[in-house]
Ligand binder design. Structure first.
Ligand code: ADP
Ligand code: ZN
Ligand code: ZN
Length: 754
């Protein structure tokens, strides 16, 4: 073949575009641009179909003029230097492989919204306030009030006062300082000025002296010598974990390094931030969903530039650049909110460990009720296990009583004994929390007379009953594990009673019944319906005050805001958790019970906890009451091992939804065949663990949502390697299935909701 007559070569950018296609797309780099490795990680606008998208340059290349004929032109790079680079880029590329998600979607997920949309990098200077001449003379004539107080404060401190410091100083006040500052500015008395680099917020305030257990924990973190180590800080609420974090962070800052603290969504309260700010003496940046896109982008960029030194953030903060990383902390590491349930289904705790390893920094996981995964890692010696066995203060553990509600008349699911307990607590001048456990469990059928519930005859074992869930408006039972179906019985097979019912009364009904019964005290319902966002919760609880009253709520109330006068916690709806088809339900229930019980009582006022159940003899309750969380975790881990569930086996969930259930089913059957043949291809007779078990297609726990029928296929294997290898082979075929066009489908590696 003859050489082309004239072949000037063309520079190519291979761009990771945020579309659900697992490949890169080639574009011509702008004319005259000399491609270099430095282009990788820069944002670029590219035409895509009829749209224009912001992608990330993932590779560079050259093409002959002939090959480049069909290529479209990329716009100029949006950034002078890559926004994603070094360790972060490499870790994200790893995450794309691990989640089997397109690199373009993973990179887009990691960027704050404003940057994802192509906005220019924001300025990262901070803001400070000072009084001007007029303000200095006028301040003494101001009326008493917040503006006067702020003016006095600004006058007393030399130089402009950083906004972070004002946040820390006025954290305890409910109105804050911002409206006062605006008032002063409007009257021409104060001004807001940009600061190039945020000055120290305040002199660090000393904390209490560490007790020996805390000291040992801090020493273990510092002893990691700045290299990677995973440490599990296992200590009950109030045992002083946060003090350990603060010391470790202070040391990290003193070494000139950045620290990242991940907290659950409900854990990032103004009080938490104020405590960090006051104690560390440097600006502490918050990152959560309540901030504007601009604020989020600013924090992201100032971390990338090394200006921000400490960030406390929720799940997505795990994607922050850490060019001078020194420490990563995950508080409440067991919390479900660290797992993203849609889009790129990453687990922030697990990804933080990947990053910590790549960055060579210690990762400290803290919890009063560690996840079984982390406990297993600690027992296997992969994590250092640090314990804080005692409460730092003098508070005594609450007294727990189990109420047997079989055959008791229930009102909105509340037994007479529970209502009596509430009445007594109110008479004693205390506050009551009626806690309704609700996790969107699939309903199970329960006999109110004897506590019988339906179990799968095919896959229940002496160790573990597999519950059947209620489908088809109560007429059918189905096993979530093997698919066995049978009609729902009309009478209880054990006692012959007719009191069979799917579980659960809502919080509204509970609120109604309590309001009618206790008309003289406030009854406040807190759930997603009444309360949006962390500030709303704080306001509601502040308004609730200390006087006798009843709080009714769900998971949102399990922690947060301190309620010193709370003397009774009554928990209802735990039976759904005891018999859920989700193998993680017992773990979640045990964590929740420990957490919510911990809210009752203080040093001077011992608290009481009432647990209402049809199963007072259930091993989970007995173990938990007798031996606490550690005993529960031991038994539960043994059962997981028998069943081959995580952390002893590894799972991947393939989900599909469609208008017609048959479409979802057909897709999953075809996908199953593709995975089966991939597994056959990879089969190695010398490796007995090299097997993949497939369960499904089966209806999802919530089989219908928003007009869609939802089905799922569960993959499990004793080894991760085999799951991933089989998916690498099968996924291109699954993407190409004709059945795939009729459904919405997604892949979830390490699913947490089954
Ligand atoms: P956790 O994070 O485990 O819930 P905290 O660190 O918030 O615990 O500590 C609970 C309370 O005990 C806080 O008021 C804290 O100031 C106090 N505290 C913690 N450590 C000590 C200590 N070594 N000496 C005295 N008080 C302490
Ligand atoms: Zn019965
Ligand atoms: Zn079964």
């Amino acid at each position: 073949m003859a050489e082309p007559v004239s072949s000037s070569s063309v520079a190519i950018w291979r761009v990771a575009v945020p579309v659900p296609l697992a490949r890169l797309f080639d574009y011509r780099a702008p004319d005259g641009h000399l491609p270099s490795e430095d282009d990788i990680g820069r944002r670029v606008r590219v035409p895509f179909g009829t749209r224009e998208l912001v992608g990330i340059v993932a590779a560079i290349g050259v093409a002959g003029a002939d090959d480049a004929v069909g290529l479209r032109d990329a716009g100029p790079a949006l950034d002078p230097t890559p926004v994603l680079q070094g360790e972060l880029y490499a870790s994200l590329a790893w995450l794309a492989r691990y989640t089997h998600a397109p690199l373009g979607e993973v990179l887009a997920t990691a960027l704050p919204t404003a940057l994802r949309q192509g906005d220019p990098l924001p300025a990262t200077h901070g803001w400070a306030w000072r009084l001007n001449e007029a303000g200095l003379t006028a301040r003494t004539r101001l009326r008493a009030g917040r503006p006067r107080q702020l003016a006095e404060f600004l006058a007393a401190v030399p130089g402009p006062v950083d906004e972070d410091r004002l946040d820390a100083e006025f954290a305890a006040s409910d109105t804050g300082w911002r409206s006062a500052a605006r008032a002063l500015a409007q009257r021409g008395l104060a001004e807001r000025i940009a600061t190039t680099r945020a000055a120290p917020a305040a002199l660090p305030r000393p904390g209490p002296d560490l007790n020996p257990d805390q000291r040992a924990a801090v020493d273990a973190v510092l002893g990691a010598g700045g290299g990677f180590a995973a440490l599990l800080l296992d200590g009950v609420t109030g045992s002083g974990k946060t003090e350990v974090y603060l010391h470790a962070i202070a040391d990290c800052l003193a070494r000139g390094r950045q620290a990242l603290v991940l907290v659950p969504e409900i854990g990032l309260t103004p009080q938490t931030l104020a405590r960090f700010r006051a104690r560390l003496g440097v600006p502490v940046h918050a990152l959560h969903s309540g901030l504007s896109d601009g604020e989020r982008a600013r924090t992201w960029v100032s971390m990338a530039r090394g200006e921000a030194r400490v960030v406390v953030g929720t799940r997505s903060a795990v994607f922050l650049p850490l060019p001078e990383a020194g420490l990563i902390i995950i508080d409440e590491e067991h919390d479900g909110s660290f797992k993203q349930l849609d889009g790129i289904r990453y687990h922030a705790r697990d990804f933080a460990l990947v990053r910590g390893k790549a960055l060579g920094v210690p990762v400290l996981l803290g919890s009063a009720t560690p996840s079984l995964e982390s406990l297993h890692n600690a027992q296997g010696g992969r994590y250092r296990h640090l314990r804080l066995p005692a409460r730092a203060g003098a508070a005594r553990p609450p007294h727990v009583r189990v109420l047997d509600v079989r055959k008791r008349p229930l009102e909105a699911g509340l037994s007479p004994e529970l209502l009596e307990g509430v009445a007594r607590a109110l008479e004693a001048g205390g506050q009551v929390l009626v806690f309704k456990n609700r996790r969107g469990y699939a309903p199970v059928l329960l006999c109110h007379d004897c506590g019988w519930s339906a179990h799968c005859p095919r896959c229940s074992t002496p160790e573990k009953g597999t519950p059947m869930t209620v489908h088809a408006a109560g007429r059918r039972l189905q096993c979530h594990h093997c698919g066995t179906r049978r009609p729902a019985p009309n009478a209880c097979p054990d006692c012959g009673g007719l009191a069979l019912q799917p579980q659960g009364a809502g919080t509204e009904r509970i609120e109604e019944v309590l309001s009618a019964r206790f008309p003289d005290v406030p009854v406040l319902r807190i759930d997603r319906g009444t309360t949006h966002g962390r500030d709303a919760l704080e306001k509601h609880l502040a308004a609730f005050g200390d006087a006798p009253g009843i709080l009714v709520g769900t998971q949102m109330l399990a922690k947060g805001h301190d309620l010193p006068n709370l003397i009774l916690v009554a928990v209802v709806g735990i039976d759904e958790g005891l018999f859920s088809a989700d193998f993680r339900a017992p773990e979640k229930l045990a964590q929740l019970l420990i957490q919510v019980a911990g809210r009752a009582g203080r040093a001077d006022k011992p608290g009481q906890v009432l647990l209402q159940t049809h199963h007072p003899e259930h091993p989970l309750l007995l173990t938990l009451l007798d031996g606490g969380y550690a005993a529960f975790a031991g038994t539960e881990l043994a059962q997981r091992e028998v069943a081959g569930f995580p952390p002893f086996g590894h799972l991947v969930m393939l989900r599909a939804e469609a208008r017609q259930v048959e479409q979802a089913n057909a897709f999953l059957r075809a996908a199953r065949a593709a995975i089966d043949s991939a597994a056959d291809e990879l089969f190695d007779p010398a490796d007995p663990d090299a097997m993949i078990e497939l369960n499904g297609p089966l209806p999802a726990p919530m089989p219908r949502r928003a007009g869609y029928q939802r089905e799922q296929l569960l993959l499990s294997s004793p080894t991760r390697r085999h799951l991933h290898a089989a998916l690498d082979v099968a996924l291109p075929a699954i993407h190409a299935l004709p059945e795939a066009r009729k459904v919405r489908w997604s892949l979830d590696v390490d699913p947490t909701d089954l």
